[in-house]
Design a protein around this ligand. Structure first.
Ligand code: ADP
Ligand code: MG
Ligand code: ZN
Length: 643
């Protein structure tokens, strides 16, 4: 067991170093590439632009030239130090033009009779001033080199954070600024997000009265990351934060920073922060930050990743660089529905270290949201918003807004004066048809199964001596597959776990299935994740922690091999017999705990019913409800019975 070391705060960030090294490498790569391209360009200029200007002439050997001179074919000649150029009669007597240019290489002073012969042949001849070598060099080499150098300099500057982007205007941020007076959204417009709102209060206090925080010397979070599925009101919350604090709001999206040209995104980030600082106090909101913040590790590298990486580096630099000063407080908020792909560097302390989960609303939340969105709508007098909320489990805030709007449209279509619950129901159908992929709408039977399943987890957690107390149970479907969840709140951080504790954990994991079995005598597919985790843990107990008496304190876990970025286990060193034994032991542990969970739940059947029923009614209940249900059922002392 090697998990007893406390994570020490990193003094020196290796990530940071790596980043800097990568940036250096990139710049070197860029410079070398540019040099090679430049040399090729120069060569091309020499070969195809400058040279053809001088010779488009027939190249004659000196003997040919002499022969043609003797034959009276040469018309004009200009003699320079290295060659004779001039015009001769067209070799094709009928061809046009009558004369064509020629060029002959000579060695000066080798043919003293040349002038006499030219004179004799009546050629119009002359000499060319020896060209200044400096001039030629300047024209054909230095000037292009200087031009190339200048271009390189600008490109390099932009790459490492200069400012050509600004010159072309592409480096301007596309963020829209909403002035404090025009934000017009407050927390009153956000329903069912009480927890998120509570967490944001501190940010608002800071934006409003930064001096107060400075006096106490506390460090204010600079970045807040809102995490949650689409349509749950992340953008709305960010805007409402600015609205509540009465500060300017800068809204932009991660994709606006991802551009084809390296450096543009980084320039935009710079520009955005500059604007915000000028307008401070302000809230910067970056929607879908995963577009730029994706983990740099393991990403397939194509041309585009360079740009994204630079933009990300610039963003990190800006976040690190600015002081959320007393005079000009700026808070950065960002939203994502895929927190798992974000670069860990973003989440480090001092950056987006405050994360707020925004989930699909529960029953009460949905009721609030429906109330908010029915404000402009004429509902029939006895419209039961509570029932409307009950009809829409798993809907996000945006879905609810959509349904309400759709209901109004339907009512208008049949010329009604008010919107009824029937309209609402019809609207749900329409919206759901469009949502099918996204939202799970569970039927009553499934809901009941999930309610018992989650209650099972919760009760076993409360009933086992080492189970962590339950803080919340919910049957609000999540977008990422889970139909419900049970949240446990450990009372302390644990680094060493005993066999008993691990067994209890396994029992809790299997409590869901045990409840389904106990109540319906039927099992469903809903427990596959639980089973996987329980099996995994049991296997580690046997192969890593040496907790099986049969196998002893020997490590059987294979070596972890890194294969194509994912860890796989190499078990080839184990004999078939050992493997069989391991499997048998794992199965024994899991089965024992499953049976234990079942026995516990059978013994507390009334509590199970109570909790499940409350869950079905309210969709979310907190841990106290579980403890209450058990407390009503029997005196507390009986909790030790199962030891
Ligand atoms: P996200 O940014 O999480 O995808 P948005 O904030 O863009 O979601 O929500 C889209 C719209 O849905 C909002 O403009 C609002 O009308 C409605 N909406 C979403 N969540 C809520 C909520 N919790 N309360 C009220 N309205 C909401
Ligand atoms: Mg949004
Ligand atoms: Zn479960």
């Amino acid at each position: 067991m090697n998990n007893n070391q406390k994570p020490s705060p990193p003094k020196h960030d290796p990530d940071e170093d790596k980043k800097r090294r990568e940036q250096m490498q990139r710049q070197i790569r860029f410079s070398v590439g540019y040099l090679i391209a430049g040399i090729i360009m120069l060569w091309l200029i020499q070969e195809f632009i400058l040279t053809p200007m001088t010779i488009q002439a027939t190249e004659l050997s000196y003997s040919d030239f002499r022969q043609k001179l003797a034959a009276g074919q040469i018309v004009t000649a200009t003699i320079s130090e290295t060659d004779i150029v001039g015009k001769m009669k067209n070799p094709d007597p009928n061809g046009s033009p009558a004369t064509v240019p020629f060029d002959t290489v000579i060695v000066p002073g080798n043919d003293p009779k040349l002038i006499d012969d030219l004179q004799a042949a009546g050629v119009e001849y002359g000499f060319q001033r020896p060209s200044s070598p400096a001039g030629a060099l300047l024209l054909s080499w230095i000037l292009p080199l200087v031009l190339l150098g200048a271009f390189w300099y600008f490109a390099y500057r932009r790459m490492s954070g200069g400012g050509l982007g600004g010159i072309f205007g592409v480096g301007k941020s596309k963020a829209t600024e909403v002035k404090a007076a025009e934000v017009g959204v407050t927390f009153k417009d956000v329903g069912g997000a009480d927890e998120a709102i509570a967490e944001l209060q501190e940010i608002i206090q800071f934006l409003k009265t930064p001096e107060k925080f400075a006096r106490l010397g506390g460090r204010i979070p600079k970045g807040v990351l809102l995490v949650g599925p689409p349509g749950t009101g992340k953008t709305l919350l960010a805007k409402a934060t600015a609205g509540e604090a009465e500060v300017s709001f800068f809204e932009t999206s991660g994709s606006e920073f991802v551009e084809m040209f390296v450096g543009v995104g980084a320039a935009r980030v710079r520009d955005l922060f500059e604007q915000a600082r000028k307008a401070a106090p302000a809230v910067i909101f970056i929607d879908e930050i995963d577009a730029i913040g994706q983990s740099r590790a393991g990403a397939v590298r194509f041309g585009g990743s360079d740009e994204r990486e630079q933009t990300l580096n610039q963003l990190l630099a800006e976040i690190d660089g600015f002081q959320t000063g007393v005079s000009a407080p700026v808070i950065i908020m960002a939203a994502t529905n895929r927190p798992e792909v974000l670069d860990p560097a973003l989440m480090r302390a001092g950056r987006f270290d405050r994360q707020i989960a925004v989930g699909n609303p529960d029953l009460i939340g949905r009721e609030q949201i429906l109330r908010i969105h029915s404000q402009g709508i004429k509902l029939v007098a006895d419209f039961d918003i509570g029932r409307a909320a009950r009809m829409t489990p798993g809907f996000s805030g945006a879905d609810l807004a959509n349904v309400m709007n759709e209901a109004a449209l339907l009512a208008a279509r049949h010329n009604a004066d008010t919107v009824t619950l029937d309209d609402f129901e019809a609207a749900i159908e329409r919206v759901v048809a469009g949502l099918e992929q996204r939202t799970r709408v569970m039927n009553e039977q499934e809901r009941t199964a999930v309610a018992y399943h989650e209650s099972g987890h919760a009760l076993v957690a409360e009933l086992t001596p080492h189970g962590d107390p339950v803080s919340k149970i919910s049957i609000v479907p999540r977008s990422r597959g889970a139909l419900g969840f049970t949240m446990q709140m450990p009372t302390e951080d644990r680094y060493l776990l005993t066999v008993d504790e691990l067994q209890d954990r396994i029992a809790v994991m299997l409590g869901g299935r045990a409840a389904e079995k106990a109540v319906f005598d039927k099992i469903s597919t809903g427990a596959s994740d639980d089973i996987m985790r329980a099996t995994e843990l049991a296997r580690r107990m046997v192969t890593e922690f040496g907790m099986s008496e049969l196998l002893g304190s020997v490590r059987y876990a294979g070596q972890q091999l890194q294969y194509l970025g994912s860890a796989i286990e190499d078990n080839s060193g184990l004999s078939p017999k050992t493997r069989e034994l391991i499997d048998a032991e794992v199965q024994r542990i899991v089965t024992e705990q499953y049976e234990r969970a079942q026995a516990l739940l059978k013994g507390h059947r009334t509590a199970l019913e109570t909790v499940a029923r409350r869950l079905l009614e309210q969709e979310t209940v907190d841990g106290r409800a579980v403890q209450e249900a058990l407390g009503v059922e029997e005196p507390a002392s009986s909790r030790l019975v199962d030891r």
